[in-house]
Design a protein around this ligand. Structure first.
Ligand code: NDP
Length: 265
């Protein structure tokens, strides 16, 4: 029988995940379907339970349900535990298992696709929400010399810095004013077409400015480019986190390069 997978979100119509996973399945010869499911804002858990009853084998979870998915999972992978959020669910006889592939997806995009190695680098992470929290541990595993978290609400950045330790520090957007090798925008500002109050001195010709948002040029990328930095949106992260989820479910690694190129056109 064909195995069923899905992505749950609200809204969900814009999601590229069905297209990405359909391509992965074709590429690797996996007998599976993958659909987008709009879960009611107050009915995420019920939607997942119905999907399992209908034969669902696994699911991705996107905004705004990643923290609910964390609570719903009976077991958590170590990386989901540390991220405090779940974007990948697997359903087996033991119940619902939660994982988080966002951080692995970001690191894969930076290191493999963009050839940007993180060891010995100074990294500035903008934002302290779910996306930022999910990538801290995988970034630290790459052994940067500094990881600074800057956020509009500084106390949230401080909480993350204390939680992860390992020399991670926190500050306001305005207080970050020295050059960084990599500046990652994990705020939701780009969704609103806004630019956090950043200093131009963060960027040099050796800086990579990375926006987790994808699909359009953002004020952040435009500002960084104006001040000399190389730039990338988060499309590669989207495809890489999907590939990692596909691996969790199917035990097969799809080729992401062709999928990223196809989505760009
Ligand atoms: P959250 O709502 O959990 O966090 C939002 C963060 O953005 C907070 O730090 C918040 O600051 C900050 N913020 C919101 N609005 C502004 C603003 N106008 N100016 C400055 N800071 C602002 O969202 P997520 O962490 O889940 O998602 C963040 C972004 O990452 C989204 O754009 C999402 O699409 C993207 N993303 C991309 C992925 C990919 O695969 N490419 C994967 C996951 C996420 P404060 O604490 O002060 O409220």
């Amino acid at each position: 029988m064909t195995d069923r997978y899905a992505v749950f979100g609200h809204p969900i119509a814009h999601s590229k995940s069905p297209q990405i996973h359909a391509t992965f399945a074709r590429q690797t010869g996996q007998d599976m379907t993958y659909e987008a499911i709009l879960a009611p804002l107050d009915g995420f858990a019920d939607s997942v339970v119905q999907f399992i009853a209908a034969g669902g084998r696994g699911a991705n979870v996107t905004v705004p349900f990643k923290e609910e998915a964390y609570k719903l999972a009976k077991r958590l992978s170590p990386r989901a535990q540390r991220a405090g959020a779940v974007n990948t669910l697997s359903f087996d006889d033991s119940g619902i298992v939660g994982d988080n592939t966002d951080g692995a997806g970001l690191v894969a995009d930076l290191t493999r696709n963009l050839n940007c190695h993180l060891d010995g680098k100074r990294i500035l992470l903008l934002g302290a929400g779910g996306a930022a929290r999910g990538v801290i541990e995988p970034l630290l595993e790459q052994q940067p010399t500094a990881l600074v978290i800057a956020n509009r609400t500084v106390s949230r950045a401080q909480e993350l810095a204390e939680l992860f330790g390992n020399g991670v520090t926190a500050c306001s957007f305005e207080a970050a004013d020295t050059p960084f090798d990599i500046v990652i925008n994990a705020t939701a500002a780009s969704l609103a077409g806004e630019l956090p109050p950043l200093s131009p001195t963060l960027f040099t010709a050796d800086t990579l400015a990375y926006d987790m948002m994808y699909g359009r040029d953002t004020p952040f990328l435009s500002f960084a480019r104006t001040h000399g930095a190389a730039t990338s949106d988060g499309l590669g992260m989207l495809v890489e986190q999907a590939a990692e989820a596909f691996f969790v479910w199917r035990g097969v690694r799809p080729d992401t390069t062709a999928v990223i190129a196809a989505l760009r056109t």
